[in-house]
Design a protein around this ligand. Structure first.
Ligand SMILES: Cc1ncc(COP(=O)(O)O)c(C=O)c1O
Length: 488
């Protein structure tokens, strides 16, 4: 079967079978990353694994297809499956320097406008995008829902929705907190225009202009734009590329500066891809409770996990009602719908409701209806399963190409979810110059300098893997590799 042209055509597996092949794929992958199977080594045959595990031949085969799709193993015709000779094990994570900043005004990197322009230019190879490629979006079922609308339904949908959101959408979102958050009712959720409005309302609810907010270094550059517009100061807290914000550094800043709020991304951080371990989330909440400081958490990428379990939001460890959880469907469904939400908790909910009503009145009724019908149908969970596998594959394939074409001192940590790669280039390389040379070749990437207020990440770039891996992307990564090597 290895090398069979039809191998990527997935047979219709039941959810129990799918669970079994994913579990087996996970076990084999752990043996590879744990070094039990070495790069280039032949893996047990399908027949042997079938006998050893008593799983069916097709389940074992599908486990290998899954691993092949994510670039962990390769099939050699008439020979079997092998651990990829170029293994990501050789890549080291970016160096983590424990350096935090004092409170500062926000000043944006001059390159920011050009970066935003490059990301949204459809002629560019999209290696800067965090928004999913439309090829990965469930276009057909969404179009079917819109086509099925009667005139009388349409009439209702052209009116304002309640300010806090369309009741059915709030109910569908509340249902999806089961398993990661306890006791969330539809009334606890406030619908917003994307995650950015959720974050903006949360910042307005907990700060005044001139206050200081603790942010991660690096951070999502859109947050820097927002914080500047709101007249807030920032303290940058050193953030580990694998495990998120550093608690010792945060504690130091909490005791030396008056911090009114934190704005963090514990689940698949942008741009690092870091996933904060659950124990660390709990410790972070204990620290913030001790100081009585609220935290706005951006949880937008948590459904994009590659492991077995969806990571929990900080809110799961919130005993004192200090967490305002913000999210949206922009990374999983459609950024253009501008549909997000916040779960602010009882302490901040009244203020957020007032701000929402006072600033944007409500969110598009038609878009809320469309998404709630899609969620109701159960198609979202199927879509997410396919999306996660696609992202994992895109991310691994891109990381393998980076390893092949970038100088050996390049460092990156392949994240456990999301779609972003944060790349540390050799110290002599200027990430902004790489960005400019790539821009001239119609390739969009994000230079690290725009991701922090103190502009310390000069030899870093961020690559987004939100488009299906293709020959064009492969070529673009090769060009980037030669630009980086040429700058040494
Ligand atoms: C971490 C993070 N938060 C928020 C946003 C913006 O979300 P939305 O489009 O829902 O406003 C993005 C967009 O890329 C993001 O990466």
């Amino acid at each position: 079967m290895p090398g069979d042209k039809s191998r990527n055509e997935r047979p219709p597996f039941t959810s129990r079978e799918a669970f079994r092949y994913r579990k087996l794929a996970g076990e084999i992958e752990r043996r590879i990353t744990g070094g039990i199977y070495q790069p280039g080594e032949k893996l047990p045959s399908i027949r042997r694994l079938h006998q050893q595990t008593s799983l069916s031949i097709s389940t074992v085969y599908q486990a290998y297809v899954e691993l092949e799709n994510t670039g962990v193993v390769e099939a050699r015709p008439k020979s079997g499956y092998y651990v990829r000779p170029v293994s990501l094990q050789k890549l080291e994570a970016p160096v983590f320097s424990k350096k935090s900043s004092a409170p500062q005004r926000v000043s944006l990197a001059p390159a920011i406008n050009s970066v935003v322009e490059a990301i949204s230019n459809p002629r560019f190879v999209p290696l800067g995008n965090t928004a999913m490629d439309p090829a990965l979006l469930p276009v057909k079922p969404l179009a079917r829902i819109l086509k099925s609308l009667s005139h009388s339904e349409m009439r209702t949908l052209l009116t304002y929705s309640p300010s806090e959101g369309f009741p059915e959408l709030r109910r569908q979102i509340a249902l999806r907190t089961v398993g990661v958050l306890e006791g969330i009712a539809p009334e606890d959720i406030i619908i917003t225009n994307g995650c950015m409005e959720a974050v903006a309302l949360s910042l307005l609810a907990v700060t005044q202009p001139g206050d200081t907010v603790a942010i991660e270094a690096p951070t999502n550059f859109s947050f820097l734009q927002l914080l500047k517009e709101l007249g807030l100061l920032v303290v940058e807290i050193a953030t580990d590329p694998r495990e998120g914000v550093d608690l010792e550094e945060l504690e130091k800043s909490l005791s030396t500066s008056t911090i009114r709020a934190c704005l963090f991304m514990p689940n698949f951080h942008n741009p690092l891809g870091a996933l904060m371990p659950e124990g660390k989330k709990q410790a972070l909440m204990e620290l913030l409770s001790a100081h009585g400081v609220p935290v706005i958490e951006d949880n937008i990428s948590s459904p994009l996990y590659f492991g077995e379990q969806r990571p929990k939001p900080l809110k799961a460890y919130d005993r004192d009602n200090l967490v305002l959880t913000c999210s949206s469907f922009s990374k999983t469904l459609a950024p253009g719908l501008r549909l997000g939400w916040t779960i602010p908790g009882s302490r901040f909910s009244p203020k957020i409701k007032r701000l929402k009503a006072g600033i944007t009145i409500s969110t598009s009724t038609l878009d809320q209806y469309l998404v709630s019908r899609f969620l109701e149908s159960g198609a979202y969970e199927r879509h997410l399963r396919v999306l996660r596998t696609a992202l994992k594959k895109q991310l691994f394939r891109t990381a393998l190409e980076i390893q092949k074409h970038f100088p050996t001192q390049t460092r990156l940590a392949v994240p456990q979810g999301g779609s972003l790669l944060w790349i540390q280039l050799p110290p002599a390389v200027d990430g902004l110059a790489v960005y400019q040379a790539a821009f001239d070749r119609n390739i969009a990437i994000i230079p690290g300098v725009v991701c922090s207020n103190s502009k310390i990440f000069t030899n870093y770039i961020q690559i987004g893997c939100a488009a299906p891996f293709s020959h064009k992307i492969k070529e673009a990564v090769e060009i980037l590799g030669s630009i980086v090597s040429g700058s040494l």
